[in-house]
Design a protein around this ligand. Sequence first.
Ligand code: F6P
Length: 540
Amino acid sequence: MSGDISQSQEWAALDKHHEELAGRRLRELFAEDPGRAGRMAVTAGDLYLDYSKHRATEETVGLLVALAERAGLSGRIAAMFGGEHINVSEDRAVLHVALRLPEDAELVVDGQDVVRDVHAVLAKMSAFAGRVRSKEWKGATGRPIETVVNIGIGGSDLGPAMAYEALRDYADAGIAARFVSNIDPADITGNLAGLDPATTLFVVSSKTFTTLETLTNARVARSWLVGALGEEAVSQHFVAVSTNAEKVAEFGIDTDNMFGFWDWVGGRYSYDGAIGLSLMIAIGPERFREMLAGFHTIDEHFRTAPFEANMPVLMGLLGIWYTDFFGVETRAVLPYSQRLHRFPAYLQQLTMESNGKSVRADGSPVTVDTGEIFWGEPGTNGQHAFYQLLHQGTRLVPADFIGFAEPFDDREGMHDQLTANLLAQTSALAFGKTAEEIAAEGTAPEIVPHKVMPGNRPTSTILAPKLTPGTLGQLVALYEHIVFVEGVIWGVDSFDQWGVELGKKMALDVAPALTSEEPPDTFPDPSTEQLVRRYRELRG
Ligand code: F6P
């Protein structure tokens, strides 16, 4: 729908429904209809979603689906998969789904055979990863590579870093990966510590190859390497991933050792393409392809499943339900898997850079809240830190709990303990404990109010058999499409990120003020001027 979705009949119907449902408790909803647990569940690939612990009924789902239809979600999904320029502010197609199309698929976009291009890059990555893993690729002194250091930031870091951590049990070639992103010198210094230049390979990852942090870190890495092995070592220790061959060559990296992608892959949607090179070297091309197959399974589910049984659609619509009808601001993502400890950070870019927008795709202001704030930590660490607020605080924080049936390895039944915690938390959040129940346990009356667990706190539970390359791909694709669904309802362009530009430009303007002999006489504002003066004094 073009225009203001909040003026639609479907929105009004949800508003009215919210008034009726907001005062209802999950205890009552389950007591009235115990069968809801069985019905409010859906499977997609290996992922099982229980959404029965949401403050929603099947009527809610029906009304939300009607809203999605009013927003033209089916048409938007077809437009994305068909390669239309749905990134309107940059006039680009949005085709991360093409990065995982099987080789025999067909998709021609803007006159270009996208599938052939994708598989040509995958083949080049696989060949290179194979050579590094088999030790055929040697460093300048003839020794094989032991560590790959990915230098990138944002989408050129968070994806491979998250996935490497998630899949490190599958890193079977004895090659470790490290990730450098921050312009803070502590990052590169810490990551170079203990490395031997002779066995280190740098993958400089940047879609634009103009990003200050990445190019600065890459220059530091280059000096470190050249200092130890000489200028001629660069070609054996530096490769690049980028869309910008000219800049790669300018930096001094042989473009034969460059792995490309295209402007129709957004940075935050790119680690299943060439940006995943460091991951592919660690886990191997076969595992990488299993991950792509996982992504594709969910793409197909998203493209074809009816909305009522479509996992990303349901989860995206529930996000709308809480954001725009309950006035909720944040969503916690709580993986019960230590290996997924970078998953919330990865999702923060995916979701917040995509949907943190105040104007619609046509430039008109939005009239409803957009952009959920994502945050989280792996369970059970979070339980001993911030869950207090989730259970008894005044704010409503819907949460996604993610668990796996089988661990990579187990010790003393720890994995079952982990899962028991996940299940106990979602139950406690939903059903709480009443004052009567607490008093009946013999608690002193003055202490009872402190112990009351209000409950009625909504959660999704996602269960998968095991954290594998395939299930990780499924999980990431699930959240990519949740973002898409929300973006369509809000009518925003989920694929640009103009909001990050001003700060980058201003940092370039401010930098000389910090380092020049004499402080300049113009400053952006009096507060910044004062801080610049203070910084210069402290820096001496
Ligand atoms: O500043 C934000 C951003 O443009 C992200 O969208 C992107 O993932 C990141 O910077 C890195 O960009 P690049 O891959 O071009 O270095």
